[in-house]
Design a protein around this ligand. Structure first.
Ligand code: F6P
Length: 455
């Protein structure tokens, strides 16, 4: 078996510190299984930047190799092109995207340096799996450095329609570079369709009889591999002391009141203001629910150096304050808005004690919170997932209550229905969702991708 080399911007942690995002958590699960090398950013910004020494660390069968970035790299690559240009573009937010030649140059410079630092670590028979929008051109740079083995790429966030992507300056160069990969994996069928539409419309591409795509003189396979979670492992978290502690704390605090839970990094793609407004609408329309239901929103801050993120945080603080000011009572706070993260095991307990899991993304690659919420439910008395149709997760979670987060009244009505849903219907919906999560779990996702890459 050839060694697996994973490349992603965030690497680790291999322990549950509560700081890892969806991608890092999924990759930890994969690597524990297969073993291999995980290469990426150390999380450190230092003057010496990417010229600094490679940091290596071995944990069992997994080796981590990371490098620092310089302050300019961080500003132009991470906070710049990756998160002020590509992130909004790929989330259909042309209004937020910034186009700066400085960011673009920094992005390509860092991709080149990462490729150069990775190259000596790669053996002849290794398989390389590159992750996410930080590294769209990394495969092409590795090919230029003589890597000839299989290189696959998986995009964890959405791929927008060509009409949107074509507004990105030099979009063709970026997509042409992606064709150096042998396999491009996307989260959903919709994303895959958008990608091959792009190849057809902008690159004169066409599909070959074996299902691969030919464009600009390259041949590439493009498929959807919806990412899963370690479903049974996550279910097991609910029995851990960390989860039990949260369950007991909530039991003491809620005293029979229902809780709706939302968990997201503070990000404008998550529709958190829309969620607060839908909850406000629920309280407005259903006075009997006042004092009987609350919304717990857990939102660790993210990318605070980017203006749009600082701005959305202020907006949320304002909104939560205004809903609470209007509806709170001496012994009841409608919205508990917490800007800190929780370890994953503790979160599992919080999900388990929440009658409704609420995901209102305006656009989301997959949304693993939706899956973790379902996995944490007690099958005998499960809560209900209310899920935005614009999260990739909605494609295979039709037994959730699917909502349009732009329609506050629709989301409010779904919340009310979820809070009142009879037990047998809750069980039926949960049973169907859970069974699919067990089948299409993180291991299935990784194996499906890696089998395809090997083929
Ligand atoms: O795919 C998007 C993603 O990488 C998530 O997996 C993760 O939760 C988030 O972005 C992390 O963002 P950042 O590395 O910028 O904190």
């Amino acid at each position: 078996m050839s060694r697996l080399v994973i490349v992603s911007n965030r690497v680790g942690p291999l322990k549950d510190t509560g700081k890892a995002g969806g991608l890092a958590v999924a990759l930890v699960d994969v690597l524990r299984e297969t073993g291999g090398l995980w290469f990426g950013w150390s999380g450190e910004v230092t003057e010496a930047g990417t010229f600094s020494e490679l940091k290596r660390e071995r944990r069992g069968n997994v080796e981590l190799a990371t490098i620092d970035v310089s302050p300019a790299d961080n500003d132009e690559f991470y906070a710049g092109y990756a998160n002020r240009t590509l992130w909004p573009m790929l989330h259909y937010r042309l209004d937020v995207a910034e186009f700066s030649p400085l960011f673009e140059a920094g992005y390509h410079r860092v991709n080149e340096r990462f490729a150069a630092r990775l190259r000596p670590l790669v053996g002849e028979s290794d398989r390389i799996w590159v992750h996410d929008y930080h590294f769209l051109p990394l495969g092409a740079r590795l090919r230029e450095l003589g890597v000839s083995g299989p290189i696959g790429f998986f995009l964890h966030i959405p791929w927008p329609p060509t009409e949107i992507l074509s507004a990105l300056p030099r979009h063709r160069d970026l997509v042409r570079a992606m064709l150096a990969y042998d396999l491009i994996g996307l989260q959903t069928e919709r994303d895959r369709r958008h990608f091959v539409d792009y190849l057809r419309e902008e690159a004169g591409g066409h599909e070959l009889p074996d299902g691969r795509w030919e464009a600009w003189g390259h041949t590439v396979r493009v498929e959807a591999f919806p990412i899963g979670i370690d479903t049974e492992g996550y279910r097991g978290f609910v029995a851990t002391p960390e989860a039990r502690r949260e369950i007991q704390r909530l039991d003491r605090h809620l005293r029979g009141r229902a809780q709706i839970v939302g968990v997201d990094r503070i990000d404008y793609s998550k529709g958190i203001p829309h969620r607060f407004r839908a909850f406000e609408r629920l309280l407005e329309d259903q006075p009997e629910l006042r004092g009987r239901v609350s919304l717990l929103q857990i939102s660790p801050p993210s990318r605070g150096e980017v203006f749009a993120y600082a701005e959305i945080r202020r907006e949320l603080e304002h909104l939560a304050g205004s809903v609470n000011g209007r509806y709170a009572d001496i012994d009841w706070t409608p919205i508990r808005f917490m800007t800190r993260g929780f370890p994953r095991r503790a979160l599992a307990g919080i999900y388990a004690r929440s009658r409704v899991g609420l995901v209102t993304s305006l656009r989301d690659g997959m949304n693993l919170v939706a899956k973790e919420y379902v996995a944490a439910q007690e099958p005998e008395d499960p809560g209900v997932l209310v899920l935005s149709r614009f999260a990739g997760a909605a494609e295979a979670m039709s037994e959730a209550m699917i909502v349009n987060p732009y329609a506050a009244d629709e989301t409010a009505a779904a919340l009310q229905a979820a809070l009142q849903m009879p037990l047998d219907e809750r069980r039926a919906r949960h049973g169907a969702l859970y069974a699919r999560l067990v089948q299409a779990d993180a291991r299935w996702w990784a194996n499906a991708f890696l089998d395809r890459l090997a083929a």
